[in-house]
Design a protein around this ligand. Structure first.
Ligand code: NAP
Length: 290
């Protein structure tokens, strides 16, 4: 923030409820500091009943952009007519850009997931993959897998199998992809499904602070050497899930990478400037471990 009188400062921020737990104010304000942009990022706690008013306020006040978090990521689509392809297909918006009163919705989680998986493109393309979870972020994962990595099959594993079924039907329709197999989270044959998958992704909060000892599976044979295992949980970065996978020789990807890259995409959409992702990754690692 270079203008000490705030006369030209652009406002960006976060709408959600709650917003207290979010790392976004830290990420973006550090990025603003490093890039010396005249911006400020603020969290706004918005009740579901006030969502439309908040968007009107955004336009009226000239707020440049919002991140959108729980519980508004899906509902916000009712109020925005312009959507990116990712937002439209996943049915979820995590970033809004205000261009002179015209609001456009994006899903930059897709970008964070893609950046996390791209280094392993050769190994995973065309392979069998397993995704645990059927919530909002699972939608972004499925979009990326189908769009960029041509999966032989996607095993959709979820605590509530019915929700995995609904997601399967949704993506069969939206992306014309048929090779899904759905499973409930805890049956014994999961070990076989896991171990046959080249890529395993956790898109549930299992193992997240403060329940850091929880794990999707405690069976070492679930993992194999050279498998790629990705956990969306970023607090802690080194989850029990990734620890177990590492102990079997798997290659692991933590959730901080996704967190930084989805933020970098939003930052670029609002400011036109690249976020210094390596600096942010290091700052976040330190911030989260404290
Ligand atoms: P969500 O929409 O609430 O979905 C949560 C999913 O996890 C559902 O499928 C739910 O199963 C399952 N689940 C929740 N608690 C469970 C438990 N105790 N045991 C088994 N399954 C459980 O959440 P989301 O937005 O997709 O987020 C999921 C995780 O991804 C969170 O930890 C979040 O922090 C992380 N995330 C990370 C990033 C990043 O940038 N790294 C971005 C987005 C999200 P049911 O269907 O049975 O309820």
């Amino acid at each position: 923030m270079k203008n000490s009188f705030y006369n030209t400062t652009e406002v960006i921020g976060l709408i959600g409820n709650p917003t207290k737990q979010s790392y976004s104010p830290f990420i973006y304000n550090v990025a603003i500091e490093i890039t010396k942009l005249d911006y400020i990022y603020l969290p706004f706690n918005v009740q579901a009943s006030n969502l439309q008013n908040a968007l009107k306020g955004m336009v009226a006040l000239g707020i440049k952009g919002f991140n959108v978090t729980i519980p508004h990521k899906v509902k916000v689509l009712d109020h925005i007519s312009n959507l990116s392809e990712e937002a439209s297909i996943t049915g979820a918006v995590n970033t809004i850009v205000n261009e002179h009163g015209k609001l456009t919705g994006y899903n930059t989680d897709v970008h964070g997931i893609l950046e996390s998986l791209m280094p392993f493109k050769e190994e995973i393309t065309g392979s069998e993959m397993t995704l645990i979870g059927a919530g909002g972020s699972a939608r972004a994962v499925i979009y990326v897998l189908i769009r960029y990595f041509k999966p032989k099959r996607i095993n959709l594993v979820n605590r509530t199998e019915q929700r995995a079924e609904s997601l399967k039907v949704y993506f069969q329709d939206k992306m014309k992809y048929d090779s899904f197999k759905t499973k409930e989270l805890f049956p014994p044959d999961l070990v076989e499904i896991f171990s046959k998958s080249k890529l395993i992704i956790n898109a549930t909060p299992i193992g997240m602070f403060p329940e850091v000892d929880d794990n999707v599976t405690t069976i070492p044979e679930s993992f194999t050497k050279d498998q790629i295992v990705f956990d969306l949980v970023y607090n802690p970065a080194d989850t029990k899930f990734l620890q177990l996978a590492q102990s079997r020789g798997a290659i692991t990807i933590d959730g901080i990478k996704m967190l930084v890259h989805q933020a970098a995409k939003s930052f670029n959409l609002w400011t036109g400037v690249e976020m210094p992702v390596d600096d942010l990754y290091k700052s976040l690692q330190l911030f989260i471990s404290k």
